[in-house]
Design a protein around this ligand. Structure first.
Ligand SMILES: [Zn+2]
Length: 246
């Protein structure tokens, strides 16, 4: 039986059983097997992987494992200088458009509050989510490892257990999105971009109490909603501040 030595780095260890975390381990394989298939068989979705080195040389997912290979598997780097090695994709892991799987909770609303483009339609099947992700270059946000392991998935992020704030921080740090976001520029309900409107133009549609206290209004042409910085806004602002706190 042939065998290769594997070592997974940083948060990729979350997918491994305890005894395999942050340590080299040997793994047998039979016949021709790609490094991608073996990594997924070990429990790590390929969408979490940004760089694979075999015996110190960068390879792509299709690389066929050889006996006694030493395989190092890395997630997205944040600061290490790796300009002389080949990433598995042309930066699409830093793509900032998303499609949400069903059941990821409040993440969608608060990511939209950050100004991020998150498409979400609860009636979509996993197959439709994958199709739209490919066609529109959207990164899938999901709690399903099974979905991320599908061979047609190119971009995806596994939502780890935690609070909504922790989960969104995980996503924006993973993709280094801090700093590039236009807060409150998107409709929380339908994801359309908001446009600034004058108070006069929405006067009839805003409750008198809001009119008395607020001058700035935005309008969503996608779902005909009007936004202003009322008490509901203050609650969302508080969560946004928490997400962005260093
Ligand atoms: Zn809307």
């Amino acid at each position: 039986m042939q065998a290769a030595t594997f070592r997974f780095y940083e948060e990729l260890n979350d997918f491994l059983p305890l005894e395999r975390r942050k340590a080299e381990f040997r793994c047998g394989f039979k016949g021709r097997e790609s490094v991608k298939d073996r990594i997924e068989a070990l429990g790590v979705p390929h969408t979490e992987v940004d760089l694979i080195l075999v015996n110190g040389v960068s390879v792509d997912f299709g690389y066929i494992l050889q006996d006694r290979d030493r395989v190092s598997v890395y997630p997205v780097f944040e600061s290490l200088d790796i300009h002389d090695v080949t990433h598995l994709r042309d930066l699409p892991l830093r793509e900032t458009r998303f499609i949400a799987d069903v059941n990821i909770g409040d993440i969608v609303k608060y990511m939209r509050a950050l100004g991020l483009d998150v498409y979400c339609n609860p009636t979509l099947s996993p197959r439709e989510i994958i199709r739209i992700s490919r066609e529109e270059k959207r990164t899938i946000l999901t709690k399903s490892r099974k979905l991320l392991k599908h061979r047609d998935v190119i971009r995806g992020i596994f939502i780890r257990p935690g609070t909504t704030v922790e989960q969104i921080r995980g996503i924006i740090d993973f993709l280094s999105l801090r700093g590039g976001m236009a807060l409150f520029s998107r409709c929380l309900a339908c994801n359309s971009s908001l446009v600034r409107v004058t108070k006069e133009s929405v006067f009839d549609r805003v409750p008198p109490k809001a009119r008395a206290f607020h001058e700035d209004y935005s309008y969503c042409s996608g779902c005909d909603r009007i936004y202003w910085q009322g008490s509901h806004f203050a609650r969302i602002q508080k969560v946004v501040d928490e997400i962005l706190a260093q």
